[in-house]
Design a protein around this ligand. Structure first.
Ligand SMILES: *[C@@H]1O[C@H](CO)[C@@H](O)[C@H](O)[C@H]1NC(C)=O
Ligand SMILES: *[C@@H]1O[C@H](CO)[C@@H](O)[C@H](O)[C@H]1NC(C)=O
Ligand SMILES: *[C@@H]1O[C@H](CO)[C@@H](O)[C@H](O)[C@H]1NC(C)=O
Ligand SMILES: *[C@@H]1O[C@H](CO)[C@@H](O)[C@H](O)[C@H]1NC(C)=O
Ligand SMILES: *[C@@H]1O[C@H](CO)[C@@H](O)[C@H](O)[C@H]1NC(C)=O
Ligand SMILES: *[C@@H]1O[C@H](CO)[C@@H](O)[C@H](O)[C@H]1NC(C)=O
Ligand SMILES: *[C@@H]1O[C@H](CO)[C@@H](O)[C@H](O)[C@H]1NC(C)=O
Ligand SMILES: *[C@@H]1O[C@H](CO)[C@@H](O)[C@H](O)[C@H]1NC(C)=O
Ligand SMILES: *[C@@H]1O[C@H](CO)[C@@H](O)[C@H](O)[C@H]1NC(C)=O
Length: 431
């Protein structure tokens, strides 16, 4: 029995109960932990590989870099499911007062972690020639973007996060905080890198073990979990309409509402409905160009809006890029950079209630429902007046108004006739 498993026995008593899952290999090479509350319900699940490199100042006033993976001997004191005012925390301590802590917070319908990494330059084993400074803490958001609540964050690609003198490389991540009733969600939020980097999975690394005494050199290759095939079932139902927005420091800067369906007929026909509940919006706002990226699991669409510099400034959708990860080594992708759709003047929004099919390339089409979009000049997080895709819709009002006016006129004539006759009858009685 791994000695650490029995060591976890003591977590049965305090509020935080930690269990290690997976093989001994995993326990050695990667973080793979659950934090449980006193009712034995999981509040945080995290499996990830972490590599840390630290640049430090030496006694000779030069800089050196030391790199290591999270070592085998970890202590988890301080891990907790949190309370009213604070979310779950996974605290990992190792060596001489080094600690790596990730603390999660919930905001709106998303959650995000903050990593606090503290290293001790007084530890001569790691920093033999460092200027003796003591504890240094750096902090960084992880992941960079908040994760939708009740979804599992998944990122196989390596992400390098730099913060002062520390670079943390994190990969092979599966994590979820704020689990609903302690059970892991089966909906994934896949990181951008996994969607962009399509073929390459991070090369298995030979872990350099932090403790100098450990010289085991066998390289475990973490097996790639197979990617389930995309459903080839054609969804018959219309996609649900989702509302998305991008923000800058002065509030919402891009608003978009739509139901989005991909129709990829390149090989096997593939219809993909974007589910607003699991779709994440990202992108950027600019004066002349704004980009909205909608990502739902393995499907991603980039919408590029640009402003045309004519007398009346008009924006339009000029570029669309569709990417669908079909399997580990097959990615469906098509882009068109010479589109001219959804045109409206800057300062207004563009609206289209009817279903619209946008052909990106002959094999890649998008069906858009209930569209409303404003990529520029958003004020007070509200849509401005909309320019409709079908001004002829307004023309229906003309016959309706003419008809209504005619009906009113006929009614008036009739009333005049009836009252006229009554008045005449009353007159006859008097004489
Ligand atoms: C908590 O749950 C785990 C697995 O679900 C189980 O092995 C363990 O015995 C449980 N502990 C308690 C105290 O119920
Ligand atoms: C909640 O937990 C945090 C972090 O563990 C702790 O600092 C704080 O004192 C706790 N607050 C309450 C009200 O228990
Ligand atoms: C489309 O998006 C993919 C994934 O982000 C990217 O690799 C590719 O370069 C993009 N293509 C175009 C034409 O922008
Ligand atoms: C990450 O760790 C692996 C194994 O120790 C090592 O090969 C790699 O160079 C490290 N990367 C950095 C930036 O330190
Ligand atoms: C998808 O595209 C194909 C080929 O263009 C077309 O025949 C089919 O009707 C489309 N399906 C939907 C649901 O738009
Ligand atoms: C989105 O979530 C809501 C509430 O949880 C649910 O009613 C709705 O059916 C979900 N929509 C889809 C498309 O799954
Ligand atoms: C747009 O046109 C105006 C007048 O023609 C010019 O002053 C301005 O620099 C142009 N802006 C861009 C971004 O080209
Ligand atoms: C995709 O990858 C699998 C294993 O990773 C391999 O067996 C298969 O031949 C690859 N397919 C293509 C088309 O490269
Ligand atoms: C891009 O869209 C334009 C306008 O719909 C079309 O004329 C052009 O053929 C498309 N390009 C490709 C590569 O399909």
């Amino acid at each position: 029995m791994d000695p650490r498993l029995s060591r976890f026995g003591r977590f049965l008593f305090p509020l935080a109960l930690l269990l290690l899952h997976g093989s001994v290999l995993f326990q050695v090479r990667a973080l793979d932990v659950e934090v449980r509350d006193e009712d034995n319900k999981t509040c945080l699940y995290a499996k990830m590989m972490v590599n840390i490199s630290i640049k430090y100042e030496t006694e000779a006033n030069t800089y050196k870099t030391v790199a290591f993976m999270l070592p085998t001997a970890l202590r988890y004191d301080g891990s907790t499911c949190g309370n009213e005012s604070s979310g779950p925390i996974l605290a990992v301590e190792f060596g001489e007062e080094h600690s790596w802590v990730i603390s999660f917070a919930e905001k709106a319908d998303a959650y995000q972690g903050m990593i606090y990494f503290t290293y001790n330059t007084n530890d001569t084993e790691v920093f033999p020639d460092a200027k003796r400074i003591g504890l240094i803490t750096i902090s960084t958001n992880y992941p960079q973007q908040p994760i939708k609540l009740n979804t599992v964050y998944s990122c196989r690609s390596m992400e390098a996060i730099q913060s002062d003198n520390v670079v943390q490389e994190i990969w092979d991540v599966t994590l979820q905080a704020f689990l609903d009733e302690g059970s892991q969600s089966n909906i994934e939020t896949v990181c951008d890198q996994d969607i962009v980097v399509t073929t390459a999975s991070p090369a298995p690394m030979s872990p350099r073990v932090y403790a100098a005494t450990d010289t085991t050199k066998e390289t475990p290759t973490t097996p790639e979990p197979p990617l389930p095939p995309l459903p080839t079932l054609v969804p018959v139902e219309q996609p649900a309409t989702g509302s998305y927005s991008l923000h800058n420091n002065s509030g919402a800067c891009l608003l978009a509402t739509m139901g989005l369906q991909l129709n990829i007929s390149q090989k096997v026909p593939l219809i993909i409905n974007f589910n607003p509940n699991t779709t994440v919006a990202s992108g950027s706002c600019g004066d002349q160009m704004s980009v909205l990226t909608l990502t739902d699991g393995r499907s991603r669409v980039d919408f590029v809006f640009t402003v045309k510099n004519t007398t009346i400034e008009r924006f339009s959708l000029t570029e669309v890029n569709i990417t669908v990860i079909e399997s580990r080594n097959v990615t469906l992708n098509a882009a068109n950079r010479s589109l001219e759709a959804w045109v409206a003047s800057v300062g207004s929004s563009y609206m289209c209630r009817k279903e619209e099919t946008l052909t990106v390339t002959p094999g890649y089409k998008m069906n858009i429902f209930d569209l409303k979009v404003q990529p520029f000049d958003v004020k007070d997080s509200q849509y401005a007046t909309a320019e409709d895709c079908r001004p002829e819709v307004d023309n229906f009002f003309v016959p309706i108004m003419v008809g209504a006016a005619l009906a009113g006129l006929i009614f008036l004539v009739l009333m005049a006739y009836v009252f006229g006759r009554q008045a005449r009858q009353v007159g006859y009685e008097h004489f």
